[in-house]
Design a protein around this ligand. Structure first.
Ligand SMILES: *Cc1c(COP(=O)(O)O)cnc(C)c1O
Length: 403
C-alpha cells in the first residue's frame, strides 16, 4: 500500500485470504485507539453529534449505530466474521440457536405456507414447528433426511422452505445438500440448513446451493460451553427480512457473548480438526469391540453415506453414536461406569459428553416414533471433546467392562 504511515493502516487487508485467516481476522474494524484485540461495546444506545445527525441516522440516510437492539459494533464484528466464513453476503446474530430458527421462519413464511422439515432435527426445532408455527397457520410435514425422491414428492405448490440438519443427530445421516437445493429451487422453495454440527470449518452449505444457514453458536462456535447464541447467514435479499424481524422482535445477541464467539472462531479450524481426529479414532476402536453392535459415524467405511460425507464435508465431526449389547440396562450401565466423560446432553464443548438419547433428548417421542427414527434403547451418543484420546478410550473401556 502506498498510503503514508501517518494515515495508518488499522485494519488488515483480507482480499483473497484463506478460511483460517478469515476466522482470525474478518470483521474487525479497529478504532483510532489501535487496539489489537476486538473491543467489547457495552452500551445500549449511541450519542449523535447534532440533532440533524440523529435524524439522518434514524432515517437510515447515514450509516451508524442508533440502539444496540439494532446494531452493536462487537456483535457486528461477529456477524461479519461468520458471513466471511460461510461465504454469505450477510449474517445476523441472535440470542440463541432457537432464536435464529424462529427469525428465519417468522421472516420468510406467512400463514398458509408449507414447510418441509427433516425428521431427525433438534428436539426444540420440532416443538417450535409443532406447537407454535402450526398455530399461526404454517403447514409442516416431515421427510426422512437422506432420500432425495421423498423430498421431491413432498413439495407442494405452497412449499416455501425445506429445513434440514446434515449430518443428523444422533445417527449421523446426511443429505446431499447440492442435490436437495436443486430440487427446492426447481419448485420455487428455499433450502435452510442448520449447520451446527459441522460449522463452516467442515461444511459451507451456501456454497453448495443452500439459501440460508442457521447456527447454534452455543455449540462449536463457542466451543467451550460458556455462552448461548445463534446466527443466520445468507443472501442480502433474504437477510433484509430476517434482520428486520430481529430488530423489531428483539432476540438479539449480547455484545459479551459476541466477543466470546469471536474468540471461539479464532480457534475453530484447529478445534474441529482435533474433535474429528479424536472422534475418528474412538469410532474405529468402538467398531472393533465385542460389546458394541453398531457404530454410527460418517468417517467409517461402514457408514452408508461415507462417500457423500467425503465429498460434502471437510471432516466427519465430533458426534459418534453406538449401540451396545444389553438394551437400555446395558446402555445405562455403560454410561454410569464412565468416570471422566460428562453425563450431559450438550455438545460442541472441549469436554467430551455422553448421553442416552432414547430417555433424554428423544424421550418425548412415542416408542413407535423413536423406532421409526432409529433411536434404539441400546443407543449411546458421545460428543467427542479435546481431551487426550487415550484417556477417552480408557473411559469408554470402563463402560464396555460394565455391560
Ligand atoms: C443446540 C441446537 C440448536 C438450538 O440452539 P440453542 O443455542 O440451544 O438455542 C439448534 N440446532 C441444533 C442442531 C442444535 O444442536
Amino acid at each position: 500500500m502506498s498510503q503514508d504511515w501517518d494515515a495508518g493502516r488499522l485494519d488488515s487487508d483480507l482480499d483473497g485470504v484463506a478460511f483460517d485467516t478469515l476466522a482470525v481476522r474478518a470483521g474487525q474494524h479497529r478504532t483510532p485507539e489501535g487496539e489489537h484485540g476486538e473491543p467489547m461495546f457495552f452500551t445500549s444506545s449511541y450519542v449523535f453529534r447534532t440533532a440533524a445527525d440523529a435524524a439522518a441516522r434514524f432515517a437510515g440516510e447515514v450509516p451508524g449505530n442508533v440502539y444496540s437492539r439494532y446494531t452493536n459494533p462487537t456483535v457486528r464484528a461477529f456477524e461479519e466474521r461468520i458471513a466471511a466464513l460461510e461465504g454469505a453476503e450477510q449474517a445476523v446474530a441472535t440470542a440463541t440457536g432457537m432464536a435464529a430458527i424462529l427469525a428465519v421462519v417468522m421472516s420468510l413464511c406467512s400463514a398458509g405456507d408449507h414447510v418441509l422439515v427433516s425428521r431427525s432435527v433438534f428436539g426444540s426445532t420440532i416443538s417450535l414447528f409443532e406447537k407454535y408455527f402450526k398455530r399461526f397457520g404454517i403447514e409442516v410435514d416431515y421427510v426422512p433426511l437422506a432420500e432425495l425422491s421423498g423430498w421431491d414428492a413432498a413439495i407442494k405448490a405452497n412449499t416455501k422452505l425445506l429445513f434440514v440438519e446434515s449430518p443428523s443427530n444422533p445417527l449421523a445421516e446426511l443429505v446431499d445438500i447440492a442435490a436437495l437445493s436443486k430440487i427446492a429451487h426447481a419448485k420455487g422453495a428455499m433450502l435452510v440448513v442448520d449447520n451446527c454440527f459441522c460449522t463452516p470449518a467442515l461444511q459451507q452449505p451456501l456454497k453448495l446451493g443452500a439459501d440460508v444457514v442457521v447456527h447454534s453458536a452455543t455449540k462449536f462456535i463457542d466451543g467451550q460451553g460458556r455462552c448461548m447464541g445463534g446466527v443466520v447467514a445468507g443472501r442480502s435479499e433474504q437477510m433484509k427480512e430476517i434482520v428486520g424481524f430481529l430488530r423489531t422482535a428483539g432476540p438479539t445477541l449480547s455484545p459479551f457473548n459476541a466477543w466470546i464467539f469471536l474468540k471461539g472462531l479464532e480457534t475453530l479450524s484447529l478445534r474441529m480438526k482435533a474433535h474429528c481426529a479424536n472422534a475418528q479414532q474412538l469410532a474405529e476402536w468402538l467398531e472393533q469391540q465385542d460389546g458394541i453392535e453398531k457404530v454410527h459415524y460418517a468417517g467409517l467405511k461402514s457408514h452408508p453415506q461415507h462417500e457423500l460425507a467425503q465429498r460434502q464435508q471437510k471432516g466427519f465431526g465430533a458426534v459418534v453414536s453406538f449401540e451396545v449389547k444389553g438394551g437400555k440396562e446395558g446402555a445405562w450401565r455403560f454410561i454410569d461406569a464412565t468416570r471422566l466423560i460428562s453425563i450431559t446432553a450438550n455438545l460442541g464443548d472441549s469436554k467430551t459428553t455422553i448421553t442416552h438419547p432414547s430417555t433424554t433428548s428423544h424421550g418425548r417421542l412415542a416408542p413407535q416414533e423413536r423406532e421409526a427414527a432409529g433411536i434404539r434403547d441400546s443407543l449411546i451418543r458421545i460428543a467427542v471433546g479435546l481431551e487426550d484420546v487415550a484417556d477417552l478410550q480408557a473411559d469408554l473401556a470402563r463402560g464396555l467392562a460394565a455391560l
